[in-house]
Design a protein around this ligand. Structure first.
Ligand SMILES: [Zn+2]
Length: 218
């Protein structure tokens, strides 16, 4: 097998939202979301540098349908920064649902980036909140660390992975999505829209088998 990508010291793996609420049994379950965990553990071993993201909402968050009387999950509403899909309550700070999956084993992760903690703004992306202006600080962190390429895996392909990959490009990082290490939700054609967007932004989708061992943690 020929690996397409040899992983080096300027590469970072972003592991997006591998949390209980996004897996079967959770309140915002991504179908078969739990299946990616063993693959992501294996992938992470091929990277010296790994960042985990964690959706981390206060109670009563604007993205929760329960915060809007008469609304139900998966409806879209207009808010100050544009359209917002409403979700079941999920990843509430300090709850079991917000915790990382117990079978996620990446002890060498260097940063846990929490997002979505502003009550009135959602944050799909690890780089910007959904107003597309408020930074999370991740771009500065990655630039200061000297990274050039971001590899992305996790949940959900068509929301938090999508927006994070898009913003990685916007922040002048290369963005490569490891597609078999993601699962999607597919709300109103969001899977197809994500693929189109990735093509237009030259964001590559590859299988995990194309990620080779470069600098590997012992
Ligand atoms: Zn959320």
């Amino acid at each position: 097998m020929t690996d397409t990508f040899t992983i080096g010291d300027r590469d970072v793996l972003l592991v997006v939202d591998i949390q209980n609420d996004f897996c079967p049994g959770g309140s915002l379950s991504v179908p078969r979301g739990d299946e990616v965990v063993p693959l992501i553990n294996d992938l992470a071993g091929r990277f010296s540098h790994v960042v985990l993201t964690q959706d981390w909402h206060p109670r009563g968050h604007l993205s929760f349908a329960s915060s809007h009387p008469g609304k139900t999950p998966y409806q879209t509403i207009e808010v100050s920064y544009g359209s917002q899909v409403l979700w079941p309550d999920h990843c509430v700070q300090g709850t079991a649902g917000a915790a990382f999956r117990k079978d996620l084993k990446i002890p060498h992760a260097e940063l846990v980036l929490r997002k979505g903690y502003s009550r009135k703004i959602d944050s799909y992306s690890a780089f910007y909140e959904n107003d597309r202006r408020t930074h999370t600080g991740l771009a500065g962190y990655l630039h200061e660390r000297g990274f050039a390429r971001t590899f992305l895996a996790g949940l959900a392909f068509d929301f938090c992975v999508r927006y994070s990959a898009e913003d990685a490009r916007r922040e002048d990082f290369e963005a490569i999505v490891i597609e078999d290490a993601c699962r999607g939700i597919d709300v109103d054609g969001s899977m197809a829209a994500t693929r189109e967007l990735f093509t237009s932004l030259r964001i590559r989708c590859i299988p995990a088998s194309e990620v080779g061992d470069g600098l590997v943690n012992p």
